[in-house]
Design a protein around this ligand. Structure first.
Ligand code: GDP
Ligand code: GDP
Length: 437
Protein backbone atom coordinates (compact mmCIF):
# COMPACT_ATOMS: atom_id res chain seq x y z
CA UNK A 1 0.00 0.00 0.00
CA UNK A 2 1.40 3.31 -0.99
CA UNK A 3 1.49 6.36 1.21
CA UNK A 4 0.24 9.78 0.24
CA UNK A 5 1.87 12.97 1.46
CA UNK A 6 -0.05 16.19 0.79
CA UNK A 7 1.38 19.69 0.71
CA UNK A 8 -0.95 22.38 2.04
CA UNK A 9 -0.60 26.05 2.85
CA UNK A 10 -1.72 29.45 1.69
CA UNK A 11 -0.62 30.80 -1.70
CA UNK A 12 2.98 31.92 -2.29
CA UNK A 13 4.59 30.16 0.65
CA UNK A 14 6.52 27.97 -1.81
CA UNK A 15 4.41 24.81 -2.07
CA UNK A 16 5.01 24.20 -5.74
CA UNK A 17 8.71 25.05 -5.40
CA UNK A 18 8.94 22.47 -2.62
CA UNK A 19 6.97 19.96 -4.66
CA UNK A 20 9.37 20.32 -7.59
CA UNK A 21 12.36 20.10 -5.30
CA UNK A 22 11.17 16.85 -3.69
CA UNK A 23 10.06 15.27 -6.96
CA UNK A 24 13.34 16.35 -8.54
CA UNK A 25 15.20 14.29 -5.98
CA UNK A 26 13.72 11.27 -7.54
CA UNK A 27 13.93 12.30 -11.13
CA UNK A 28 17.67 12.07 -10.83
CA UNK A 29 17.24 8.35 -10.23
CA UNK A 30 14.28 7.42 -12.35
CA UNK A 31 13.50 8.75 -15.78
CA UNK A 32 9.97 10.05 -15.94
CA UNK A 33 8.35 10.24 -19.31
CA UNK A 34 6.99 13.64 -20.22
CA UNK A 35 3.42 13.93 -19.15
CA UNK A 36 0.58 16.37 -19.22
CA UNK A 37 0.85 19.91 -17.95
CA UNK A 38 -0.80 19.18 -14.62
CA UNK A 39 1.63 16.42 -13.77
CA UNK A 40 3.55 18.66 -11.45
CA UNK A 41 0.83 18.24 -8.88
CA UNK A 42 1.40 14.56 -8.43
CA UNK A 43 4.55 12.51 -8.39
CA UNK A 44 6.47 9.81 -6.62
CA UNK A 45 9.36 10.31 -4.27
CA UNK A 46 11.90 7.67 -3.32
CA UNK A 47 13.95 8.21 -0.21
CA UNK A 48 15.75 5.88 2.14
CA UNK A 49 14.38 2.82 0.43
CA UNK A 50 10.77 3.95 0.80
CA UNK A 51 8.45 5.42 -1.76
CA UNK A 52 5.54 7.76 -1.33
CA UNK A 53 3.21 9.82 -3.49
CA UNK A 54 3.43 13.55 -3.19
CA UNK A 55 0.48 15.77 -3.96
CA UNK A 56 0.50 19.53 -4.13
CA UNK A 57 -3.11 20.32 -3.36
CA UNK A 58 -2.36 23.99 -3.87
CA UNK A 59 -1.75 23.38 -7.53
CA UNK A 60 -5.45 23.12 -8.12
CA UNK A 61 -6.49 26.25 -6.33
CA UNK A 62 -6.43 29.70 -7.83
CA UNK A 63 -3.04 30.95 -6.83
CA UNK A 64 -3.55 34.53 -5.87
CA UNK A 65 -3.16 36.38 -2.60
CA UNK A 66 -6.87 36.98 -2.26
CA UNK A 67 -7.75 33.34 -2.59
CA UNK A 68 -10.93 32.52 -0.77
CA UNK A 69 -10.55 31.11 2.69
CA UNK A 70 -13.17 28.63 1.72
CA UNK A 71 -10.93 27.21 -1.00
CA UNK A 72 -8.06 26.74 1.41
CA UNK A 73 -10.33 25.06 3.90
CA UNK A 74 -11.49 22.60 1.28
CA UNK A 75 -7.96 21.94 0.18
CA UNK A 76 -6.93 21.18 3.75
CA UNK A 77 -10.05 19.12 4.39
CA UNK A 78 -9.32 16.85 1.46
CA UNK A 79 -5.69 16.50 2.43
CA UNK A 80 -6.73 15.48 5.92
CA UNK A 81 -9.17 12.93 4.59
CA UNK A 82 -7.00 11.41 1.92
CA UNK A 83 -3.37 11.81 2.88
CA UNK A 84 -1.29 9.83 5.35
CA UNK A 85 0.83 12.81 6.24
CA UNK A 86 0.48 16.53 5.74
CA UNK A 87 3.22 19.05 5.07
CA UNK A 88 1.99 22.40 6.31
CA UNK A 89 4.14 24.96 4.51
CA UNK A 90 4.59 28.43 5.95
CA UNK A 91 6.77 31.33 4.93
CA UNK A 92 9.38 32.49 7.41
CA UNK A 93 10.10 35.67 5.43
CA UNK A 94 6.52 36.83 5.82
CA UNK A 95 5.76 35.34 9.19
CA UNK A 96 2.36 34.15 10.37
CA UNK A 97 -0.80 35.37 8.66
CA UNK A 98 -4.47 34.94 9.63
CA UNK A 99 -4.87 32.29 7.00
CA UNK A 100 -1.95 30.32 8.46
CA UNK A 101 -3.58 30.46 11.87
CA UNK A 102 -6.82 29.19 10.43
CA UNK A 103 -5.16 26.30 8.61
CA UNK A 104 -3.19 25.41 11.74
CA UNK A 105 -6.41 25.25 13.71
CA UNK A 106 -7.94 22.75 11.30
CA UNK A 107 -4.75 20.70 11.27
CA UNK A 108 -4.55 20.61 15.07
CA UNK A 109 -7.93 18.92 15.19
CA UNK A 110 -7.02 16.22 12.68
CA UNK A 111 -5.60 12.86 13.56
CA UNK A 112 -3.06 12.67 10.76
CA UNK A 113 0.60 13.47 11.31
CA UNK A 114 1.48 17.04 10.36
CA UNK A 115 4.93 18.49 9.74
CA UNK A 116 5.29 22.27 9.87
CA UNK A 117 7.65 23.28 7.10
CA UNK A 118 9.20 26.67 7.61
CA UNK A 119 10.12 27.59 4.06
CA UNK A 120 12.31 30.38 2.71
CA UNK A 121 14.83 29.84 5.51
CA UNK A 122 17.54 30.56 2.96
CA UNK A 123 20.16 31.33 5.60
CA UNK A 124 20.79 30.63 9.26
CA UNK A 125 19.47 33.98 10.51
CA UNK A 126 16.07 32.93 9.27
CA UNK A 127 16.17 29.77 11.38
CA UNK A 128 15.71 31.76 14.56
CA UNK A 129 12.70 33.52 13.11
CA UNK A 130 11.03 30.15 12.57
CA UNK A 131 10.56 29.82 16.32
CA UNK A 132 7.29 31.74 16.01
CA UNK A 133 5.80 28.70 14.27
CA UNK A 134 5.89 26.77 17.54
CA UNK A 135 2.77 28.75 18.40
CA UNK A 136 0.76 26.60 16.00
CA UNK A 137 0.99 23.76 18.50
CA UNK A 138 1.94 21.37 15.72
CA UNK A 139 5.42 20.47 16.86
CA UNK A 140 8.87 21.49 15.70
CA UNK A 141 9.01 23.54 12.53
CA UNK A 142 11.39 22.16 9.90
CA UNK A 143 13.47 24.91 8.39
CA UNK A 144 14.11 24.52 4.71
CA UNK A 145 14.77 26.54 1.62
CA UNK A 146 12.81 25.03 -1.22
CA UNK A 147 14.71 27.27 -3.60
CA UNK A 148 18.25 26.24 -2.68
CA UNK A 149 17.36 22.83 -1.30
CA UNK A 150 18.85 23.23 2.16
CA UNK A 151 17.09 21.22 4.85
CA UNK A 152 15.12 19.12 2.40
CA UNK A 153 17.15 15.97 3.12
CA UNK A 154 16.31 16.23 6.82
CA UNK A 155 12.71 16.90 5.92
CA UNK A 156 12.59 13.75 3.79
CA UNK A 157 14.09 11.74 6.67
CA UNK A 158 11.40 13.11 8.93
CA UNK A 159 8.65 12.31 6.41
CA UNK A 160 9.82 8.72 6.05
CA UNK A 161 10.05 8.33 9.82
CA UNK A 162 6.54 9.71 10.29
CA UNK A 163 4.77 7.64 7.65
CA UNK A 164 2.76 4.65 8.77
CA UNK A 165 4.64 1.39 8.25
CA UNK A 166 4.01 -0.27 4.92
CA UNK A 167 1.79 -3.24 5.49
CA UNK A 168 1.89 -5.98 2.90
CA UNK A 169 -1.46 -6.69 1.26
CA UNK A 170 -3.18 -9.71 2.70
CA UNK A 171 -5.02 -10.67 -0.44
CA UNK A 172 -5.45 -13.92 -2.28
CA UNK A 173 -2.75 -13.98 -4.90
CA UNK A 174 -4.62 -14.62 -8.03
CA UNK A 175 -7.51 -12.18 -8.11
CA UNK A 176 -7.59 -8.90 -9.99
CA UNK A 177 -7.91 -5.74 -7.96
CA UNK A 178 -10.09 -3.39 -9.98
CA UNK A 179 -10.50 0.34 -9.52
CA UNK A 180 -13.30 2.26 -11.19
CA UNK A 181 -12.04 5.76 -11.85
CA UNK A 182 -13.04 8.86 -13.75
CA UNK A 183 -14.17 12.36 -13.20
CA UNK A 184 -17.33 13.22 -11.29
CA UNK A 185 -20.56 12.17 -13.01
CA UNK A 186 -18.85 9.89 -15.50
CA UNK A 187 -20.89 7.04 -14.03
CA UNK A 188 -18.53 5.31 -11.58
CA UNK A 189 -21.13 4.65 -8.87
CA UNK A 190 -23.62 3.51 -11.48
CA UNK A 191 -21.13 1.02 -12.87
CA UNK A 192 -20.30 -0.34 -9.44
CA UNK A 193 -23.98 -0.69 -8.67
CA UNK A 194 -24.45 -2.47 -11.96
CA UNK A 195 -21.63 -4.85 -11.04
CA UNK A 196 -22.68 -5.71 -7.57
CA UNK A 197 -26.31 -4.66 -7.27
CA UNK A 198 -27.90 -3.12 -4.27
CA UNK A 199 -27.61 -6.33 -2.29
CA UNK A 200 -23.83 -6.13 -2.39
CA UNK A 201 -22.74 -9.74 -2.32
CA UNK A 202 -19.77 -9.28 -0.13
CA UNK A 203 -17.64 -12.33 0.33
CA UNK A 204 -15.00 -10.92 2.62
CA UNK A 205 -14.03 -7.55 3.78
CA UNK A 206 -10.36 -7.04 4.35
CA UNK A 207 -9.42 -4.17 6.52
CA UNK A 208 -6.18 -2.37 5.94
CA UNK A 209 -4.41 -2.04 9.24
CA UNK A 210 -3.94 1.67 9.08
CA UNK A 211 -7.09 2.84 7.37
CA UNK A 212 -10.54 1.63 6.56
CA UNK A 213 -11.19 -1.28 4.32
CA UNK A 214 -9.79 -0.80 0.84
CA UNK A 215 -10.56 -4.04 -0.91
CA UNK A 216 -13.85 -5.83 -1.07
CA UNK A 217 -14.01 -9.25 -2.67
CA UNK A 218 -16.84 -10.09 -4.98
CA UNK A 219 -18.00 -13.05 -6.94
CA UNK A 220 -20.21 -11.91 -9.79
CA UNK A 221 -21.10 -13.49 -13.11
CA UNK A 222 -18.78 -16.35 -12.19
CA UNK A 223 -15.80 -14.03 -11.80
CA UNK A 224 -13.88 -13.39 -8.62
CA UNK A 225 -12.37 -9.97 -8.15
CA UNK A 226 -11.62 -7.26 -5.65
CA UNK A 227 -13.06 -3.83 -6.04
CA UNK A 228 -10.77 -1.15 -4.70
CA UNK A 229 -12.88 1.21 -2.75
CA UNK A 230 -12.80 4.74 -4.00
CA UNK A 231 -13.64 6.81 -1.00
CA UNK A 232 -15.01 9.40 -3.34
CA UNK A 233 -17.77 7.05 -4.33
CA UNK A 234 -18.72 6.04 -0.85
CA UNK A 235 -18.70 9.44 0.71
CA UNK A 236 -20.28 11.13 -2.20
CA UNK A 237 -21.85 14.47 -1.67
CA UNK A 238 -19.86 15.33 1.41
CA UNK A 239 -17.58 17.75 -0.32
CA UNK A 240 -17.99 19.77 -3.45
CA UNK A 241 -17.44 17.23 -6.19
CA UNK A 242 -16.78 19.53 -9.07
CA UNK A 243 -13.40 20.57 -7.77
CA UNK A 244 -10.85 18.90 -9.91
CA UNK A 245 -8.26 18.26 -7.23
CA UNK A 246 -10.91 16.56 -5.21
CA UNK A 247 -11.55 13.85 -7.76
CA UNK A 248 -7.89 13.51 -8.62
CA UNK A 249 -6.57 13.11 -5.09
CA UNK A 250 -9.35 10.65 -4.41
CA UNK A 251 -8.34 8.60 -7.44
CA UNK A 252 -4.73 8.33 -6.40
CA UNK A 253 -5.04 5.74 -3.67
CA UNK A 254 -7.52 3.67 -5.63
CA UNK A 255 -5.21 3.60 -8.64
CA UNK A 256 -2.13 2.81 -6.59
CA UNK A 257 -3.85 -0.11 -4.93
CA UNK A 258 -5.25 -1.65 -8.11
CA UNK A 259 -4.01 -3.96 -10.84
CA UNK A 260 -6.43 -2.79 -13.48
CA UNK A 261 -8.18 0.56 -13.72
CA UNK A 262 -11.53 0.93 -15.38
CA UNK A 263 -11.49 4.50 -16.68
CA UNK A 264 -14.97 5.85 -17.20
CA UNK A 265 -15.47 8.47 -19.89
CA UNK A 266 -18.74 10.24 -20.55
CA UNK A 267 -19.83 9.68 -24.16
CA UNK A 268 -21.79 12.90 -24.14
CA UNK A 269 -18.64 14.91 -23.42
CA UNK A 270 -15.28 14.80 -25.11
CA UNK A 271 -12.06 13.89 -23.37
CA UNK A 272 -11.21 16.84 -21.19
CA UNK A 273 -8.12 17.72 -19.23
CA UNK A 274 -9.51 16.12 -16.11
CA UNK A 275 -9.82 12.78 -17.90
CA UNK A 276 -6.25 13.20 -19.10
CA UNK A 277 -5.01 13.89 -15.59
CA UNK A 278 -6.63 10.78 -14.21
CA UNK A 279 -5.31 8.76 -17.13
CA UNK A 280 -1.83 10.09 -16.46
CA UNK A 281 -2.08 8.77 -12.88
CA UNK A 282 -2.78 5.32 -14.31
CA UNK A 283 0.23 5.58 -16.57
CA UNK A 284 2.58 6.85 -13.91
CA UNK A 285 1.66 3.90 -11.79
CA UNK A 286 1.97 1.49 -14.72
CA UNK A 287 -1.44 -0.02 -14.14
CA UNK A 288 -3.64 -2.03 -16.46
CA UNK A 289 -6.31 -0.06 -18.27
CA UNK A 290 -9.77 -0.62 -19.68
CA UNK A 291 -11.43 2.46 -21.10
CA UNK A 292 -15.23 2.55 -20.95
CA UNK A 293 -17.16 5.09 -22.95
CA UNK A 294 -20.21 5.28 -20.73
CA UNK A 295 -23.72 6.62 -21.32
CA UNK A 296 -23.70 5.01 -24.76
CA UNK A 297 -27.49 4.81 -24.45
CA UNK A 298 -27.58 8.58 -24.90
CA UNK A 299 -25.71 8.51 -28.18
CA UNK A 300 -28.15 8.35 -31.07
CA UNK A 301 -25.88 7.41 -33.93
CA UNK A 302 -24.16 4.20 -32.86
CA UNK A 303 -22.85 3.35 -36.32
CA UNK A 304 -19.44 1.79 -36.85
CA UNK A 305 -18.29 5.10 -38.24
CA UNK A 306 -19.09 6.89 -35.00
CA UNK A 307 -17.51 4.11 -32.94
CA UNK A 308 -14.35 4.34 -35.04
CA UNK A 309 -14.14 8.07 -34.66
CA UNK A 310 -14.57 7.83 -30.87
CA UNK A 311 -11.94 5.11 -30.73
CA UNK A 312 -9.46 7.07 -32.80
CA UNK A 313 -10.02 10.23 -30.82
CA UNK A 314 -9.38 8.42 -27.54
CA UNK A 315 -6.26 6.63 -28.74
CA UNK A 316 -4.92 9.85 -30.18
CA UNK A 317 -5.37 11.69 -26.92
CA UNK A 318 -3.85 8.92 -24.84
CA UNK A 319 -0.89 8.22 -27.15
CA UNK A 320 1.79 6.88 -27.08
CA UNK A 321 0.19 4.12 -24.99
CA UNK A 322 -2.61 2.99 -27.29
CA UNK A 323 -2.82 -0.76 -26.83
CA UNK A 324 -5.79 -0.89 -24.49
CA UNK A 325 -9.39 -2.01 -24.87
CA UNK A 326 -12.17 0.53 -25.37
CA UNK A 327 -15.72 -0.54 -24.58
CA UNK A 328 -18.94 1.31 -25.29
CA UNK A 329 -21.23 0.73 -22.37
CA UNK A 330 -24.20 1.95 -20.42
CA UNK A 331 -23.98 1.60 -16.68
CA UNK A 332 -27.61 2.66 -16.51
CA UNK A 333 -29.06 0.01 -18.81
CA UNK A 334 -26.29 -2.45 -17.89
CA UNK A 335 -25.28 -2.78 -21.50
CA UNK A 336 -21.99 -4.72 -21.82
CA UNK A 337 -21.38 -4.67 -18.08
CA UNK A 338 -20.24 -8.27 -18.03
CA UNK A 339 -17.86 -7.47 -20.89
CA UNK A 340 -16.21 -4.85 -18.70
CA UNK A 341 -15.41 -7.41 -16.02
CA UNK A 342 -14.27 -10.01 -18.53
CA UNK A 343 -12.03 -7.52 -20.26
CA UNK A 344 -10.54 -6.32 -16.97
CA UNK A 345 -9.80 -9.94 -16.14
CA UNK A 346 -8.08 -10.40 -19.52
CA UNK A 347 -5.94 -7.33 -18.94
CA UNK A 348 -5.05 -8.71 -15.53
CA UNK A 349 -3.99 -12.00 -17.14
CA UNK A 350 -1.98 -10.12 -19.75
CA UNK A 351 -0.03 -8.48 -16.95
CA UNK A 352 1.00 -11.85 -15.67
CA UNK A 353 1.66 -13.43 -19.05
CA UNK A 354 4.99 -15.18 -19.47
CA UNK A 355 6.58 -15.85 -22.84
CA UNK A 356 9.20 -18.57 -22.87
CA UNK A 357 12.73 -17.56 -23.75
CA UNK A 358 12.77 -20.05 -26.61
CA UNK A 359 9.61 -18.62 -28.14
CA UNK A 360 10.75 -15.03 -27.67
CA UNK A 361 14.02 -15.65 -29.49
CA UNK A 362 12.40 -17.72 -32.19
CA UNK A 363 9.97 -14.94 -33.05
CA UNK A 364 11.94 -11.79 -32.27
CA UNK A 365 15.43 -12.58 -33.57
CA UNK A 366 14.34 -12.89 -37.23
CA UNK A 367 12.36 -9.66 -36.92
CA UNK A 368 15.42 -7.92 -35.51
CA UNK A 369 17.61 -9.42 -38.22
CA UNK A 370 15.33 -7.95 -40.88
CA UNK A 371 15.28 -4.57 -39.24
CA UNK A 372 18.37 -4.23 -37.06
CA UNK A 373 19.12 -1.23 -34.86
CA UNK A 374 20.91 1.45 -36.89
CA UNK A 375 24.69 1.12 -36.84
CA UNK A 376 26.69 3.62 -34.84
CA UNK A 377 29.98 5.01 -36.20
CA UNK A 378 30.31 2.01 -38.40
CA UNK A 379 29.84 -0.42 -35.54
CA UNK A 380 27.14 -3.02 -35.81
CA UNK A 381 24.74 -3.09 -32.96
CA UNK A 382 23.71 -6.64 -32.41
CA UNK A 383 20.92 -7.98 -30.25
CA UNK A 384 21.89 -11.50 -29.38
CA UNK A 385 19.34 -12.80 -27.00
CA UNK A 386 16.01 -11.91 -25.40
CA UNK A 387 14.39 -13.00 -22.20
CA UNK A 388 11.44 -12.02 -20.06
CA UNK A 389 12.25 -11.25 -16.46
CA UNK A 390 10.63 -13.52 -13.90
CA UNK A 391 7.83 -12.07 -11.75
CA UNK A 392 7.50 -8.33 -11.59
CA UNK A 393 4.66 -5.90 -11.53
CA UNK A 394 4.43 -5.69 -15.32
CA UNK A 395 5.85 -7.80 -18.15
CA UNK A 396 9.50 -6.86 -18.61
CA UNK A 397 11.71 -7.93 -21.48
CA UNK A 398 15.46 -7.76 -21.58
CA UNK A 399 17.30 -7.51 -24.89
CA UNK A 400 20.98 -8.40 -24.56
CA UNK A 401 23.16 -6.45 -26.90
CA UNK A 402 26.82 -5.56 -27.58
CA UNK A 403 26.35 -1.76 -27.38
CA UNK A 404 23.21 -1.16 -25.32
CA UNK A 405 23.70 2.59 -24.97
CA UNK A 406 23.22 3.08 -28.71
CA UNK A 407 19.75 1.64 -28.87
CA UNK A 408 17.49 4.65 -28.77
CA UNK A 409 13.84 5.24 -27.93
CA UNK A 410 12.44 4.78 -31.45
CA UNK A 411 14.00 1.36 -31.75
CA UNK A 412 12.79 0.39 -28.29
CA UNK A 413 9.29 1.39 -29.36
CA UNK A 414 9.72 -0.75 -32.46
CA UNK A 415 10.63 -3.72 -30.26
CA UNK A 416 7.67 -3.08 -27.98
CA UNK A 417 5.30 -2.89 -30.95
CA UNK A 418 6.62 -6.17 -32.34
CA UNK A 419 6.10 -7.86 -28.99
CA UNK A 420 2.56 -6.51 -28.86
CA UNK A 421 1.91 -7.67 -32.43
CA UNK A 422 2.99 -11.20 -31.64
CA UNK A 423 1.54 -11.65 -28.18
CA UNK A 424 -1.50 -10.20 -26.54
CA UNK A 425 -0.48 -7.61 -23.96
CA UNK A 426 -3.56 -5.46 -24.44
CA UNK A 427 -4.23 -3.07 -21.62
CA UNK A 428 -0.92 -3.42 -19.83
CA UNK A 429 2.25 -1.38 -20.06
CA UNK A 430 5.40 -3.41 -20.68
CA UNK A 431 9.04 -2.65 -19.96
CA UNK A 432 11.77 -2.94 -22.57
CA UNK A 433 15.26 -3.10 -21.11
CA UNK A 434 18.47 -3.20 -23.11
CA UNK A 435 21.45 -4.71 -21.32
CA UNK A 436 25.01 -5.47 -22.24
CA UNK A 437 25.97 -8.99 -23.11
P1 GDP B 1 2.90 28.37 -3.80
O1 GDP B 1 1.90 29.37 -4.23
O2 GDP B 1 2.77 28.08 -2.34
O3 GDP B 1 2.93 27.13 -4.64
O4 GDP B 1 4.33 29.08 -3.92
P2 GDP B 1 5.43 29.02 -5.10
O5 GDP B 1 6.17 27.73 -5.04
O6 GDP B 1 4.78 29.38 -6.38
O7 GDP B 1 6.42 30.13 -4.60
C1 GDP B 1 5.98 31.47 -4.39
C2 GDP B 1 7.19 32.41 -4.47
O8 GDP B 1 8.09 32.13 -3.41
C3 GDP B 1 7.98 32.23 -5.76
O9 GDP B 1 8.39 33.49 -6.20
C4 GDP B 1 9.16 31.41 -5.32
O10 GDP B 1 10.30 31.63 -6.13
C5 GDP B 1 9.39 31.88 -3.91
N1 GDP B 1 10.02 30.86 -3.08
C6 GDP B 1 9.70 29.54 -2.99
N2 GDP B 1 10.54 28.91 -2.15
C7 GDP B 1 11.43 29.81 -1.72
C8 GDP B 1 12.58 29.77 -0.84
O11 GDP B 1 12.94 28.71 -0.29
N3 GDP B 1 13.24 30.93 -0.62
C9 GDP B 1 12.87 32.10 -1.20
N4 GDP B 1 13.59 33.17 -0.95
N5 GDP B 1 11.83 32.17 -2.05
C10 GDP B 1 11.12 31.06 -2.31
P1 GDP C 1 -20.01 9.21 -10.64
O1 GDP C 1 -19.97 10.59 -10.08
O2 GDP C 1 -18.89 8.97 -11.60
O3 GDP C 1 -20.09 8.14 -9.59
O4 GDP C 1 -21.34 9.15 -11.54
P2 GDP C 1 -22.77 8.52 -11.21
O5 GDP C 1 -22.73 7.04 -11.31
O6 GDP C 1 -23.29 9.10 -9.95
O7 GDP C 1 -23.59 9.07 -12.45
C1 GDP C 1 -23.77 10.45 -12.68
C2 GDP C 1 -25.08 10.66 -13.39
O8 GDP C 1 -25.02 10.06 -14.69
C3 GDP C 1 -26.27 10.04 -12.68
O9 GDP C 1 -27.37 10.88 -12.87
C4 GDP C 1 -26.46 8.73 -13.42
O10 GDP C 1 -27.79 8.28 -13.37
C5 GDP C 1 -26.06 9.10 -14.83
N1 GDP C 1 -25.55 7.94 -15.55
C6 GDP C 1 -24.55 7.10 -15.18
N2 GDP C 1 -24.34 6.17 -16.11
C7 GDP C 1 -25.22 6.40 -17.11
C8 GDP C 1 -25.48 5.77 -18.36
O11 GDP C 1 -24.88 4.78 -18.77
N3 GDP C 1 -26.47 6.33 -19.12
C9 GDP C 1 -27.17 7.42 -18.72
N4 GDP C 1 -28.12 7.88 -19.53
N5 GDP C 1 -26.94 8.04 -17.56
C10 GDP C 1 -25.98 7.54 -16.75
Amino acid sequence: MGNIVAIVGRPNVGKSTLFNRLIGTRQAIVNEEAGTTRDRQYGKVEWGGREFSLVDTGGWVVNSEDVFEEEINKQVGIAIEEADLILFVVDVLNGITDLDVEVAEILRRCKKPVIVVSNKADNFEMHAAAAEFYSFGLGDPYCISAINGSGTGDLLDKIIASLPQDTPDVLEEDLPRLAVIGRPNAGKSSLINAFIGEDRHIVTDIAGTTRDSIYTKYNKFGLNFYLVDTAGIRKKGKVNEDLEYYSVIRSIRAIENSDVCILMLDATRGIESQDMNIFSLVQKNKKGLVVCVNKWDLVEDKSQKVITSYTNAIRERLAPFTDFPILFISALTKQRILKVLETAKEVYNNRKKRISTAKLNEVMLPIIENYPPPAWKGKYIKIKYITQLPAGSIPSFVFFCNLPQWIKEPYKRFLENKIRENWDFTGTPINIFIREK
